[in-house]
Design a protein around this ligand. Structure first.
Ligand SMILES: [Zn+2]
Length: 278
């Protein structure tokens, strides 16, 4: 599943080829994905120039010079593929965007949990898909003060709180585990018990972990795109995520037998080290 860093990398990759370019044609190859494509989707975009591409949580926002913005979400399996008009779409390429300079973007999504819709740019924050979302973890508004106010009196684990989209939006399971490890905070701790230096350390860990992943993605995919033109999706070496039963890096040689554990919290796997995280 594309997480926030993959979405950010996708935005940057799309911006590289689309900003300042006019959209010449858009082909919808089905009636919708997770939600139906709205009427007027293509007519609101064709002929317009892309002025900017931004990310809000895990949404890709393609801003156009006519006051409209397209909103896309990659869902569980979506990806944007940069190619040219010689390449014909396949069965899972649901939307094809053709722009000036022979750039063709194909929105590929085998499982179709992704979506594409359009809204007025000025009202984007009020759009029903975005209005309920909490703060973006990389936004400057996401501060220790902000997070501690949201965690106050909350009777849920800190891990569950980090995945609550109304508190902070788009961290995702992998980066929630990695951020808690870096901050040395047990995922089982009650959200309301995280204050003072702990919350300062947690906020900076979240920002660092996400920023490093974006950087790693950008450098491992030259110009944010793999040779196939596929954006996003890069693997990283996690400290705890996916390392159940392996020795924690605090015990590299395994001399003390300290292993990464996996537990289930709100139906999601949490990976952590009971020695490093208190
Ligand atoms: Zn450890």
């Amino acid at each position: 599943m594309p997480e926030l860093p993959e979405v950010e990398t996708t935005c940057r990759g799309l911006a590289d080829v689309l900003v300042g370019r006019r959209l010449l044609n858009i082909t919808l190859r089905r009636k919708g994905m997770r939600i139906p494509f709205p009427p007027g989707l293509t007519s609101s975009m064709v002929g317009c120039t892309v002025s900017e591409i931004t990310r809000y949580a895990k949404y890709i926002c393609v801003h156009l010079d006519n006051g409209y913005s397209a909103l896309a979400h990659l869902g569980m399996s979506g990806r944007m593929v940069i190619t040219n008009s010689q390449v014909q779409p396949g069965i899972h390429d649901h939307v094809v965007f053709d722009s000036e300079n022979d750039v063709r973007i194909m929105f590929n999504d085998p499982r179709r949990f992704g979506l594409l819709t359009i809204t007025k740019t000025a009202a984007i924050g009020n759009h029903k898909l975005l209005s309920h979302l909490g703060c973006d973890p990389l936004a400057y508004q996401f501060t220790p003060e902000f997070l501690s106010a949201r965690l106050k009196n909350r009777k849920l684990s800190i891990k569950a709180a980090l995945l609550d989209q109304k508190i902070v939006s788009g961290i995702g399971n992998i980066y929630a585990c990695e951020s808690l490890f870096r901050a040395g905070i047990s995922p089982r701790r009650m959200a309301k018990s995280i204050g003072g230096n702990k919350v300062i350390s947690l906020v900076s860990s979240i920002k660092e972990v996400l920023t490093e992943a974006i950087k790693a993605g950008g450098s491992s995919l030259r110009n944010y795109a793999q040779p196939s033109g596929e954006l996003g999706y890069f693997s990283q070496n996690w400290q705890v995520y996916g390392r159940e039963g392996l020795y924690c890096y605090c015990d590299k040689n395994g001399k003390r037998g300290i292993k990464v554990k996996r537990i289930l919290q709100s139906g999601r796997s949490t990976f952590y080290c009971a020695r490093c995280q208190k």
